[in-house]
Write a protein that binds this ligand. Structure first.
Ligand SMILES: Cc1cc2nc3c(=O)[nH]c(=O)nc-3n(C[C@H](O)[C@H](O)[C@H](O)COP(=O)(O)OP(=O)(O)OC[C@H]3O[C@@H](n4cnc5c(N)ncnc54)[C@H](O)[C@@H]3O)c2cc1C
Length: 429
């Protein structure tokens, strides 16, 4: 990678942050003819997510990024076993469309694509501030027509988006460890009726919004955990460490990471004047399972297209909100209910058929469940069979439709205060 001692004086676009969202934005913009400077605070080989993430196949297509292969692709649409607590209730899903991706490779691939497109990509430089069109960094200043904040949840916050409440923060951790005893690992898989490469997901183990996912690949095991500590639960790091300590066949850690994921709380606007935000910086996280990779990369492509087509960052904000806002806010309503559930209530929803392989696979794939006629007939009965938890889910479901309608009509211009008040009311009522 080139090492610049002096920044260019002027570019079309400065992108702050070279994680997945920032690198995708920079590459797409440069491919459409803009001069782009992408600035990363960390070393480039430490940028963005450094663990294994599940990313919907459709998200790569939407984002205009080739599907992962080789070492980057650790799992392809493998069977997913979702247990209520440690079971016995479970749902088994196939063809959910989620790929297990080694993010270290994906970030490197996006950086390579940036360089091939002519992006000036620099690491070890921090963006400090922005005054109008001038961006100040630890290596001097640069003037830009457009500025993108892709610096993540703990980054610059150039749009001044309110901090999420702690109850909207998932403390997640992911790690890949060596398997020290393949026979014992096999016994674990057999006990859960699963195979190598498949995901065993224990949900509701530390509050309704918590998971412990385990998948064994030959001599490695991949572990993903997450929970909401503000609700009084141990964070993902503790759940992961405890599982490793309690499991005799798991050995040394190979790689991984942990941090907070913002759930829900889409801002009123994704842009202001010549400034836009993408990725976690814009709270573009699919909150049902805390997934931000696909949404951030897709936002990057949309933003680059708008800059190239119309030259207005605001068009990106409108396009993204109208296409994804309703889906994301709708699932966030359900996430808020699921956060309050016990594992017994999750089991009730599975027993009643409210949660089934089709509905959970739709959530994993970040799309609405199919609205088939037979499901429309069955669902009210299934909710009724689930007692009070079913009634809460039904009430939440009714609000999903209202929120979807509001986002479909996301206002093109103006302060959007009245619109935002309606969204808040629909989310809470
Ligand atoms: C353990 C864990 C598991 C997860 N699992 C999944 C999953 O399965 N699927 C999924 O889709 N998502 C998952 N996520 C969420 C996903 O990792 C994030 O949503 C995603 O990484 C956000 O990408 P981003 O590019 O917006 O931000 P980041 O990845 O946070 O990148 C921001 C970059 O900006 C840089 N930066 C910050 N400040 C500055 C500055 N001042 N100047 C310059 N650069 C700066 C940072 O160094 C960083 O490299 C998981 C998260 C965690 C923690």
């Amino acid at each position: 990678m080139p090492s610049l001692s002096v920044l260019p004086d002027q570019v079309d676009l400065v992108v702050a942050g070279a994680g997945t969202a920032g690198a995708a934005t920079a590459a797409h913009a440069a491919e459409r003819g803009l001069s782009v400077l992408c600035i990363e605070r960390a070393r480039l080989d430490r940028a963005g997510a450094r663990w294994v993430n599940g990313v919907a196949r459709d998200a790569f297509v939407d984002a205009g990024i080739a599907l992962p292969e080789g070492d980057e692709l650790r799992g392809l649409d493998t069977r997913f076993h979702l247990f209520a607590g440690r079971g016995p209730q479970r749902i088994v899903m196939e063809n959910h469309g989620v790929l297990d991706v080694d993010m270290r490779h994906l970030v490197r691939r996006l950086h390579t694509r940036c360089l091939e497109a002519g992006v000036t990509l620099i690491g070890d430089v921090s963006v400090h501030d922005m005054q109008g069109h001038v961006v100040t960094t630890s290596r001097g200043s640069v003037r830009a027509d457009f500025i993108v904040d892709a610096s993540g949840l703990a980054g610059l916050n150039l749009l001044g988006i309110p901090k999420p409440p702690k109850s909207d923060l998932c403390a997640a951790a992911q790690a890949v460890h060596r398997v020290t005893n393949t026979g014992a690992a096999r016994d674990f898989l057999d006990a859960h009726d699963a195979d190598e490469g498949e995901t065993i997901c224990f949900t509701g183990i530390a509050g309704g919004y918590s998971i412990l996912n385990v998948s064994v690949h030959a001599d490695e095991v991949s572990i993903l955990t997450g929970s909401i500590p503000a609700d009084g639960h141990p964070p993902g790091t503790r759940i992961l460490d405890d599982f490793v300590a309690d499991t005799s066949w798991i050995g040394e850690r190979c790689f991984g990471g942990s941090r907070a994921i913002p759930l829900g709380g889409l801002p009123r606007a994704l842009t202001h004047d010549h400034v836009a935000a993408v990725g976690d910086a814009a709270r573009q996280v699919f909150s049902a399972h805390g997934s931000g990779i696909g949404p951030g990369m897709t936002a990057g492509r949309m933003l680059a297209e708008c800059l190239a087509e119309t030259g207005h960052v605001e068009d990106y904000g409108v396009r993204w909100m109208r296409r994804f806002g309703g889906l994301f806010a709708g699932y966030d309503i359900l996430r808020r209910v699921s956060q309050t559930l016990t594992k017994e209530q999750i089991a009730t929803l599975i027993d009643a058929g409210v949660l089934d392989s089709a509905s959970v696979a739709a959530g994993l794939g970040q799309r609405l469940p199919d609205a088939s006629a037979s499901r429309a007939v069955k669902l009210p009965k299934q909710l009724a069979r689930s007692g009070s938890v079913g009634a809460r889910m039904a009430a939440a479901g009714a609000r999903v439709g209202a929120v979807a309608t509001l986002y479909a009509g996301y206002p093109k211009r103006g302060s959007r205060r009245g619109w935002a008040a309606l969204v808040r009311a629909a989310m809470r009522s």
